[in-house]
Ligand binder design. Structure first.
Ligand SMILES: [Fe+2]
Ligand SMILES: [Fe+2]
Length: 310
């Protein structure tokens, strides 16, 4: 069923199909190419891990913390892509009949996210082989996806756009320019970025299309849901950052004072909040659409909720 009064921008979806065909890659032949991770190098650059702010750590410790954060970073993508794929497949329903362009673009989007999940599962095993035992990635992709998908499509699409914009931003601003990263780790995010560029474009088409279906009351309710989802994301970040720091302190060669451990915990939680929440929400493209779709009162309501995370 197509919406009566909403113009579907088939040209933009056609552009996404063209880019998707041009950049499409294979996990083994293009990305991994028989390589292993180089554990003598960092995984996540300092611009994302923020490990430079922990000045009492030596270079080896900073590298290890970058690798642990890098492992979580890859796992986070594999995990959010579970609900992203499900929601994108659901949005195809409005494009089943009539012009098939948007349908093809969104099917390609879902297909790419399925492949990305496989890539992130594959590399988790490879990273585990090169690191001491004891690392835990806590969130269950299906349980979180089931909880996220109970919310309105408006709220979930806002979250998805936020995620797909920070994916691109992190790669362009921090991963691409950094010389001293594991080559394989860097390439994974180069190839991921290539296929992600069209995803945010489609989110920017689907979110306002969904918005056009809502009454003012329904949008108000969706905003409350979005605030609750962000609070749940923050809960996940609190637990995972604590688990990652526990693992770090266990596998490090020296012991830390309670004060130092607290500093590392605070630093990693702050980095994760920036990585998964603020760098997406503050992205100019997110801000533009969000300003178009919400009122000043609604934005103040959201800002007040986000302020509790600092
Ligand atoms: Fe992806
Ligand atoms: Fe994506």
């Amino acid at each position: 069923m197509q919406l009566k009064n909403y113009h579907i921008d088939q040209q933009s979806y056609a552009k996404c199909i063209e880019v998707s065909k041009r950049v499409r890659w294979d996990i083994d032949n293009d990305v991994i190419r028989g390589r292993e991770f180089d554990f003598s190098q960092k995984f996540l650059p300092d611009g994302i891990s923020k490990v430079e702010q922990l000045q009492f750590l030596n270079d080896d410790e900073k590298r290890l913390l970058s690798q642990i954060q890098g492992r979580t970073y890859a796992n986070m993508f594999g995990f959010v892509e579970r609900f992203i794929t499900a929601k994108v497949l659901e949005t195809t329903r409005d494009h089943w009949l009539g012009d098939q362009t948007a349908l093809e673009a969104l099917i390609r989007f879902s297909d790419e996210e399925l492949k990305h999940q496989e890539l992130f599962r594959r590399i988790e095993t490879m990273m585990a082989d090169g690191m001491p035992e004891g690392y835990k990635f806590l969130p269950d992709p299906d349980a979180v996806a089931a909880a996220v998908l109970k919310n309105s499509t408006w709220a979930v699409l806002a979250l998805i756009l936020e995620i797909e914009l920070f994916t691109q931003e992190h790669y362009k601003q921090s991963i691409e320019p950094e010389k001293n990263l594991s080559d394989l780790y860097k390439d994974i995010f180069l190839f991921h970025w290539k296929e992600e560029t069209t995803h945010a474009m489609m989110d920017e088409l689907e979110w306002p299309r969904e918005d056009s279906k809502l009454s003012a009351e329904e949008r108000d309710h969706a905003i409350d849901e979005l605030i609750a989802i962000v609070a749940d994301v923050d809960g996940i970040l609190q637990n995972q950052s604590a688990a990652d720091v526990d693992y770090f302190t266990k596998v490090c060669d020296r012991s830390f004072t309670d004060d130092e451990v607290q500093h590392i915990k605070d630093g990693v939680l702050k980095a994760y909040r920036w990585q998964y929440i603020f760098s997406g929400v503050e992205h100019p493209r997110f801000q533009k659409l969000y300003n178009d779709l919400t009122t000043e009162d609604q934005r103040q309501h959201i800002s007040a909720a986000l302020a509790t995370l600092n």
